[in-house]
Design a protein around this ligand. Structure first.
Ligand code: SF4
Ligand code: SF4
Length: 401
């Protein structure tokens, strides 16, 4: 990475909204399956949204999927305006609930004394710690595997993977892409966290960043350029695309088939990466022997796994509300198994849905010959601390930067 160029530094999400182009047609909100508004109500909603007046009840239904951008006839980017209102909600609160400050990686540098991911690292076994310490060191190679927060919870499978052996791995205990802050309205925090990562990545030498987490990829490729006015000076590809590419070159082949029938759950970012990405996912499913059926809401119309419900009010109850459509789709699919290519969707589904959830990357690596001997393990002490912080009314003041 040779350094980055910043032509324009926006002050917030609002810069991405083209207010002067908006004709207040209401199409963005009237077509939204979460808003459930008729045409007249949608126009009124847009007026309030633009004026910044009394938009709370609408915000409480939104899952920040940005599908409204696709419905806008003049490409005004209404999702940016919605994120701005979310930012105002955070700002009006003036502080961040202790639980969320604890969970958000990168907050340590803003004054939070403890961090969930760091506590997992501190409580993990010596082998896992050694792997993460090694991942923390700057690396070089044409392709670099970015190991984000999710990967570092269970580093052994990636470290010992024969399929990923040629990829240098990078990602220290406090390194974070910033997507969670960016998608919860914490604009300045996201900039700070991502700037830190850019500085860390600048110590590495590589041409392509290979990313297993789709949310990180969405941040690198879409959110950061759209809302923060900055392009990353390297190509970002998903780990699925990397594996597919290596398989096409004949480097790996399927050693055993998975033999699974599952409903395929699209992530919110899937369609944003384009048909090439979705085609790769489908090809890999087929190659490793997973028979999938689509959900009623898929692709650009996919429903939220529930995680966005947390972003609205930083309250777990919001998750149950936000997941209703996806849960209904899964029930309607008639399959007892659901397959996710998104680690976040898989985690939420494993914790809250009644069906058995599977993560595509694990299945692919196993089918290609990896043993996948370890699994995600959150030490009891960390789980208890997280619950205690969630229940504790004590607040951590968000340090505005
Ligand atoms: S971001 Fe998604 S949920 Fe929110 S208004 Fe737009 S389409 Fe609806
Ligand atoms: S943002 Fe676009 S879709 Fe929404 S009211 Fe304005 S012009 Fe219509």
């Amino acid at each position: 990475m040779a350094g980055s160029h910043t032509p324009h530094k926006p002050a917030s999400y609002i810069d991405a909204f083209r207010d002067e182009d908006c004709i207040e047609c209401g199409d963005c909100l009237s077509g939204c399956k979460y808003m459930d508004l008729d045409a007249e109500e949608a126009v009124e909603g847009v007026r309030r949204l633009r004026a910044g007046a009394d938009w709370g009840p609408y915000l409480d239904r939104c899952v920040f999927c940005a599908q409204c951008n696709l419905r806008c006839p003049v490409d005004a980017q209404p999702a940016a305006l919605i994120l701005e209102r979310l930012r105002e909600r955070r700002r009006d609160l003036g502080h961040l609930p202790g639980f969320f400050a604890y969970y958000l990686n990168g907050m340590e540098r803003l004054g939070s004394s403890e961090n969930y991911f760091k506590d997992i690292y501190l409580a993990s076994n010596p082998e896992a710690k050694k792997i993460i310490d090694e991942w923390s060191e700057p690396k070089q190679g044409d392709d670099l595997l970015w190991c984000g927060c999710g990967n570092r919870i269970n580093p052994q499978n990636i470290e010992h993977s024969k399929i990923l052996a040629d990829l240098p791995k990078f990602g220290g205990v406090s390194d974070c892409c910033g997507v969670n802050a960016a998608k919860t309205g914490l604009y300045d925090t996201a900039r700070h966290v991502t700037d830190n990562l850019i500085e860390r990545l600048s110590q590495c030498r590589f041409k392509r960043l290979v990313v297993s987490c789709g949310s990180c990829q969405e941040h690198f490729r879409l959110i950061w350029p759209a809302y923060f006015g900055q392009e990353f000076p390297f190509e970002v590809i998903s780990l699925y695309e990397y594996i597919d590419e290596q398989m096409a070159k004949g480097k790996f082949s399927v050693q055993r088939t998975v033999g699974l029938e599952a409903a395929l759950s699209d992530a919110c970012y899937g369609h944003l990466f384009g048909e090439k990405y979705l085609g790769t996912v489908r090809r890999l499913c087929q190659a490793v022997g997973i028979d999938t059926v689509p959900l009623a809401h898929q692709g650009a119309d996919t429903a939220c796994c529930g995680v966005a419900g947390f972003a609205r009010n930083l309250d777990a109850a919001g998750v149950l509300e936000a997941m209703k459509i996806k849960a209904g789709d899964i029930r309607q699919s008639g399959r007892d198994n659901v397959l996710h290519y998104c680690m976040g969707c898989h985690t939420i589904t494993s914790m809250t849905y009644r069906v058995k959830s599977h993560y595509l990357l694990d299945k692919v690596l196993w089918a290609l010959g990896d043993e996948m001997t370890s699994s995600i393990f959150i030490p009891k002490s960390v789980r208890e601390k997280a619950v205690m912080k969630y229940q504790d009314p004590g607040r951590f003041r968000l340090q505005m930067i």
